[in-house]
Design a protein around this ligand. Structure first.
Ligand SMILES: [Zn+2]
Length: 143
């Protein structure tokens, strides 16, 4: 194998990344709504002195959601009838964010491969330009 065969196949590498990006775009869900929040279960004491949460340490489980509103983190208890729909909305948001992260990775990689391609094609000035002609004094002093 000569050195020419060991050179990276830039076009193929870029094309594969573009294909991956295309597949990602094809897989995007662009119609269902999302909710930019995190649904989680919280275990709390209610504060009633004779409750099982105080007597036996069995805490109350409640579903909560946290989300940003006007730059502030908000927390709210989720009413049971809203739990499933909110979980679905938040789940789709999480999936969308994961796809965004995957897209960023591919785009970063595309940029990186392109930069390496560009560097590999660069010719140094010493090879691109003709040699500078310097008047050189001859040994006997005559031009
Ligand atoms: Zn309690």
């Amino acid at each position: 194998m000569n050195t020419r065969d060991q050179r990276p196949n830039w076009r193929r590498e870029l094309s594969e990344l573009v294909q991956r990006l295309g597949a990602l775009v094809d897989s995007l869900e662009t119609t269902y709504p999302t909710f930019a929040g995190v649904v989680h279960e919280q275990h709390t004491r209610c504060g009633k002195p004779n409750c099982v949460c105080v007597r036996e340490g069995r805490l109350h489980a409640t579903w909560c959601v946290s989300y940003l509103q006007a730059g502030r983190r908000c927390h709210r208890t989720i009413p049971p009838e809203t739990l499933e729909s909110l979980r679905a909305l938040a789940g789709r948001y999480r999936a969308l964010r994961q796809q965004r992260a995957a897209m960023n990775q591919i785009v970063d990689r595309l940029r990186d491969v392109f930069d390496r391609l560009e560097r590999s094609l660069r010719v140094p000035p010493s090879r691109a330009l003709p040699r500078r002609r310097r008047p050189r004094p001859s040994r006997d002093g005559r031009e």
